[in-house]
Design a protein around this ligand. Structure first.
Ligand SMILES: CC(C)(COP(=O)(O)OP(=O)(O)OC[C@H]1O[C@@H](n2cnc3c(N)ncnc32)[C@H](O)[C@@H]1OP(=O)(O)O)[C@@H](O)C(=O)NCCC(=O)NCCS
Length: 433
């Protein structure tokens, strides 16, 4: 086989776990009006069509701000904004309706193309839009009348689900209707988070203008906790995508992804490769994940002692824990340690051990151990280490399900081999990172 063929097969196989995971999941995708006129827009629509063909239940929400402003400019009306929101007077409302209608038709047309030899050939995508969003007026705030600018009041999730059940993509514009028959201009981000929350979507994907998941130095963060997002918002409350992400995350959307829409194929890279290209905000509400300090020792002991007594974890004395505390990471809720895990690097062997991974019985099965493992993996990668190992007697399958494969004692670092407890007869698992 040619090397390019082999690369293709390798790539396809590496994507398969993600294809399986995403099938049947509900994903809400948002992009702003800026994306619509851009060169890469048809490719984005092709990628969305592919996700739909792979069995993802897609709801697409688009913005329309530049298209509305263009129409206002033609009519020589200056757009008016207050607190980042448009004041939608009669003239603006006319432009909102025109822009939303034109964009919808344009998107529907792109989803309908099926030219032979194009990525859309044979796709046969069906797309539905409608009156899924009920709105109410924002009204007068601090003396400013927002006129026809509204906020989401209710999402008709039953109707959306019906379309999704039929394999259709649902397309929603940033307009809503009131029971009095009025039309309201809405923030597309407000619509996106409301729809994601109403559907308890598995994912909300925000395709943004530039990277929004960055720290103070402008470095892209691969993951952010809710707390990190909150802190970032304190520094700069103008990042409306972060606010939308936080709202959705706080209300139970498990994963919110922020992806710079200028990255070609960014959506596919984020969903089908291990490292992705965006920022993932995961919802583990109210829990704080941090490196352990001596103050956490009491909490860790409380968590792990019952597991040591049951023989699930190896015994660690308080003294040993004190010496090794820097290796630990803990998850805290209301000042109680509810999960912990440790990473012991063996840099000369390009290995690191995952140890003492434990979650309090009241908090099991919510992905906390998986999150801790991800965090410890990040730490190992940061240290330039490429392989992890773990010794376990009763949790083999959990590690197998998280990418580990069984290995032998002879593959362990020498130090670890010498300490191996034959009586305990733990199994050894490895994972490349
Ligand atoms: C293993 C452990 C850390 C998982 O914590 P968690 O936060 O509940 O894990 P997650 O939510 O990420 O994963 C839950 C999934 O793992 C499964 N799982 C939990 N323990 C398992 C085990 N021993 N073997 C196989 N699967 C297991 C659960 O059934 C669940 O799967 P499901 O949703 O398909 O039913 C927790 O059960 C624990 O503290 N165990 C005791 C300590 C231990 O054995 N540590 C590992 C040795 S270092």
């Amino acid at each position: 086989m040619e090397s390019t063929d082999l690369q293709f097969v390798d790539w396809f196989r590496s994507a398969s776990p993600y294809i399986h995971t995403h099938r049947g999941s509900t994903v809400v995708v948002y992009f702003g009006g800026e994306a619509i006129g851009a060169e890469g827009f048809p490719s984005l629509i092709h990628d969305l069509a592919l996700l739909s063909s792979l069995g993802m239940r897609l709801v697409v929400i688009h913005g329309a701000r530049p298209q509305i402003d263009e129409r206002l400019e033609i009519r020589r009306v200056t757009p008016r904004y207050e607190k980042g929101l448009r004041i939608t007077d009669e003239a603006a409302l006319g432009c909102v309706k025109e822009a939303a209608g034109a964009i919808r038709v344009e998107i529907e047309a792109l989803f309908s193309t099926g030219i032979v030899n194009s990525p859309m050939a044979g796709a046969h995508i069906r797309i539905a839009s409608g009156n899924f969003v009920t709105a109410r007026p924002l009204g007068v705030r601090e003396g400013i009348d927002f006129c026809h600018t509204g906020e989401v009041r209710r999402i008709d999730k039953g109707a959306i689900k019906q379309h999704l059940d039929h394999g259709e993509i649902v397309l929603i514009s940033p307009v809503g209707y009131s029971p009095t028959g009025e039309v309201f201009n809405l923030s597309a981000l407000d619509v996106a988070s409301s729809v994601a929350v109403a559907l308890t979507a598995d994912k909300l994907v925000l395709l943004t203008e530039g990277n929004k998941g960055i720290n103070e130095e402008g470095r892209l963060l691969r993951q952010m906790t809710q707390l990190e997002v909150e802190n970032r918002l304190q520094d700069d409350d103008a990042i409306s995508e972060l606010l939308c992400a936080l709202t959705a995350s706080r209300h139970g959307v498990k994963r919110v992804h922020l992806i710079d829409r200028n990255i070609s194929g960014g959506l596919l890279l984020e969903l089908f490769t291990r490292d992705g290209v965006g920022t993932l905000i995961s919802a583990v509400p109210f829990d704080e994940l941090h490196k352990a300090t001596v103050d956490d020792i009491g909490g860790i002991l409380e968590l792990i002692t019952p597991l040591e007594e049951a023989g699930v974890l190896v015994r660690r004395s308080r003294e040993k824990l004190e010496i090794e505390i820097d290796h630990f990471m803990v998850m805290e809720r209301d000042h109680t340690i509810i999960a912990c895990g440790a990473l012991y690097p063996y840099p000369e062997d390009d290995l690191a051990e995952i140890a003492c991974l434990a979650v309090h019985p009241d908090y099991l099965n919510a992905g906390r151990a998986a999150l801790l493992l991800e965090e410890l993996e990040k730490e190992a990668k940061h240290l330039g280490i490429h392989r992890l190992f773990v010794l376990t007697t009763q949790t083999a399958h959990w590690f197998l399900e998280h990418g580990f494969t069984e290995g032998t004692i002879k593959d362990l670092p020498m130090e670890k081999k010498l300490l191996y407890n034959m009586q305990r007869n733990s199994k050894v698992f490895f994972k490349s990172i």
